[in-house]
Design a protein. Structure first.
Length: 663
């Protein structure tokens, strides 16, 4: 290597030396960056702590070792969760001489009994992260274990043990684990648990496993008309009981809901792959709702188990239509079947993969196949065993299909009119789709001309349109109406949608079925996506409420070992792939600087192809109170008063470390 390459290199490396490299030990990474483990430090993250501990208790019940769980909320923001399962082992851990297994589990990340599958066939608290993260983010934690007729206890503060495990004496009539914790105000500030939210969580868990009894208790001062001091939940019918309560007296398309459960066929090694349980009804004049669960963990963003259910219902109704001689039934889509339906699906599978530690979306590829195969046969029988019932549902779904196709045809006419009429010119940067297909059309809003060029080559020309935008668009939440109207990028967006804005926004005039925001998988990309979501929230609220707005999920990394390549969404996903798919292999890691750096084939494969991509649907809450919370959040973070943003950043400054700030 030539010496002149280094001629202009500074002689001193300044303050950057070995002492600059910080090594975080134990649970320090959790306290430094809690957002990586629980998604933030807001109210949702606070309540996620309870979910992590409750999931462990539910795992004991699902595994057949516990029949009773108790959740108690006390004054002082303290929660206690107890089960009558096997109890956490307290003997010395073979890998950590002098330290009990209980202490290892509470104070070490990625320690637990759910990796090998020997202690739990399926589990919700999966990654050996949950209980140790709760411990790290709590000012005080006390764990009591009743095991082998002896009672043991150990206490912790902010992840550090306050002493060894104590043996408290014999307890012949008690068994299981009790965890009591108080969230740390240094992390969560003055946020406190909502009794209503925890009461609802407790009740929902009892529906998900028919064999468990869950007891609720809260301090008298925390009880309300909606939240009693004590309650006992046990639902032998599982999800069917939950659906019956949710439907109430509302009339439905079919007198009987579609409910059932199915054990998945064993894998080649003879081990059970789990089971699925579902409950679905089609109320008349309903907006519908969906509830997705994996191993008793809510997955609000759905995922691969949702894909399996949607495929089973759509294919089943198409087949029934063919059986009854209804030729038009071949055009039924999954959305036609799902619109207005009350849908609940709970799956139990081995080694599930989630999009993040907060488990909002299931990504296990095999779940789609397992659920579709499990439900399809049951649904076929549901339709054909009572032909009148099947025809009633088919007729209702086909009405929705006809309405969808009518709106689609109107959009196609408007698209052609807009393309041909001089006075209704489309934005010059828009590369429109032809629409010469019955498939749903999509508009990708892409960050930058370079990424737009790749997207144009990667797209399906018949169904996918591309609109590049230049950098960060105007923040409409803090801009005047005149400034919004004068902005060129906003004008292009509005013209491309074709549906108007504010009170004139008409979802029926929207020119595309899906609007997909596709930005780089970095901080700048997130900022641009936030500005675009703010635009749609404020200017085209009905488009968001109708479920037309989505976020693409492009990868940040490409991992290659030999001939095998995988893509990772973020650092956490990368670590997960390195620990599972590429375990023990030398991995070449490439980081994409942006969408424009990906070749069209990569962009199509990872981000644009409906068969292989992941999308996040942006929606608005149905309850008025929840919508008000969203509006207040947008106003605070994006509005004209900078003090709100300053306070938000100041309150969360502790989540940033020096490495992130330097970056």
């Amino acid at each position: 290597m030539s010496d002149d390459l280094f001629e202009n290199t500074p002689a001193s490396s300044g303050d950057y030396d070995a002492s600059s490299i910080e090594v975080l030990e134990g649970l320090e990474p959790v306290r430094r960056r809690p957002g990586m483990y629980i998604g933030g430090v807001d109210d949702r993250a606070l309540h996620h702590l309870v979910a992590e501990v409750l999931d462990n208790a539910m795992d004991e019940a699902v595994a057949g070792h516990a029949t009773r769980i108790e959740l108690r909320l006390d004054e002082g923001n303290r929660v206690t969760i107890a089960d009558n399962g096997r109890g956490i082992p307290v003997a010395e851990h073979p890998k950590y001489p002098g330290k009990s297994t209980l202490e290892v589990i509470l104070s070490t990340l990625h320690s637990g009994g759910k990796f090998s599958g020997k202690a739990y066939a399926t589990s919700g608290g999966l990654h050996g992260v949950g209980i140790s993260v709760v411990n790290a983010l709590s000012s005080h934690t006390r764990v009591e274990v009743a095991r082998d007729r002896q009672l043991y206890a150990q206490e912790f503060a902010r992840g550090e043990s306050l002493g060894p495990v104590e043996e408290l004496g014999p307890t012949p009539n008690r068994r299981g684990t009790t965890v009591a914790f108080t969230p740390d105000t240094e992390i969560f500030g003055d946020r406190s648990f909502s009794a209503k939210r925890l009461f609802k969580l407790t009740r929902s868990k009892a529906y998900l496993f028919a064999g468990v009894e869950i007891r609720w208790k809260c301090a008298p001062g925390l009880a309300t008309d909606e939240v009693p001091e004590e309650a006992v939940f046990k639902f032998p019918g599982g999800l069917s009981d939950h659906l019956a309560e949710q439907i109430g007296e509302r009339p439905c398309v079919t007198a009987q809901p579609f409910v059932g459960r199915h054990e998945f066929a064993a894998s080649e090694d003879g081990i059970s792959q789990g089971r699925a349980e579902w409950a679905i009804a089609w109320p008349l004049y309903s907006d519908g709702s969906t509830s997705w669960y994996c191993n008793t963990v809510p997955t609000p963003d759905g995922g691969t188990h949702e894909q399996g259910l949607r495929a089973a219902l759509a294919k089943g109704l198409r087949a029934f239509g063919e059986l009854t001689g209804t030729k038009k039934a071949k055009d039924i889509s999954a959305d036609d079947v799902m619109t207005g339906a009350e849908v609940m699906l709970s799956v139990f599978i081995r080694d599930p993969q989630f999009q993040s530690q907060t488990k909002d979306r299931l990504t296990s590829p095999e779940a789609a196949r397992l659920v579709e195969n499990a439900m399809r046969d049951h649904f076929d029988h549901f339709l054909s065993d009572n032909m009148e019932r099947g025809k009633a549902l088919l007729g209702e779904v086909m009405e929705r299909m006809d309405e969808r196709l009518r709106r689609k045809q109107e959009r196609e006419i408007k698209r052609k009119t807009a393309t041909n009429a001089k006075k209704l010119r489309l934005p010059g940067k828009l590369t429109d789709c032809s629409g010469e297909t019955e498939a749903e059309t999509e508009l990708f809003i892409v960050e930058g001309d370079s990424a737009g060029g790749s997207a144009k080559q990667a797209r399906n020309r018949k169904t996918q349109a591309i609109l590049p935008i230049r950098g960060k668009i105007l923040n409409v939440a803090s801009a005047s109406a005149d400034k919004i109207r004068a902005n060129a990028e906003i004008a292009d967006l509005t013209l491309a949608m074709g549906c108007g804005v504010r009170k004139d926004c008409d979802p029926g005039s929207l020119r595309y079925d899906r609007i997909i925001i596709m930005t780089d998988a970095d901080v700048d990309g997130a900022h641009i996506a936030t500005l675009l979501m703010t635009f749609f929230f404020q200017e085209m609220t009905e488009i968001v409420r109708g479920g037309h707005l989505f976020l693409a999920q492009p990868p940040l990394y490409r991992l290659t070992a030999g001939k095998e390549s995988r893509y990772a969404r973020d650092d956490e996903h990368r670590a997960e792939l390195e620990a599972t798919v590429f375990k023990g292999k030398k991995v070449d890691v490439g980081r994409f600087k942006g969408l424009g750096e990906m070749n069209p084939q990569q962009l199509r494969e990872t981000t644009m192809d409906p068969a292989s991509r992941n999308l996040i649907r942006i929606t608005l809450p149905t309850e008025f109170e929840d919508r008000a919370v969203v509006k207040e959040l947008v106003d605070h973070l994006m509005g004209r008063n900078p003090e709100h943003r300053f306070n938000f950043i100041q309150n969360r400054a502790g989540e940033l470390d020096k490495e992130l700030i330097d970056a």
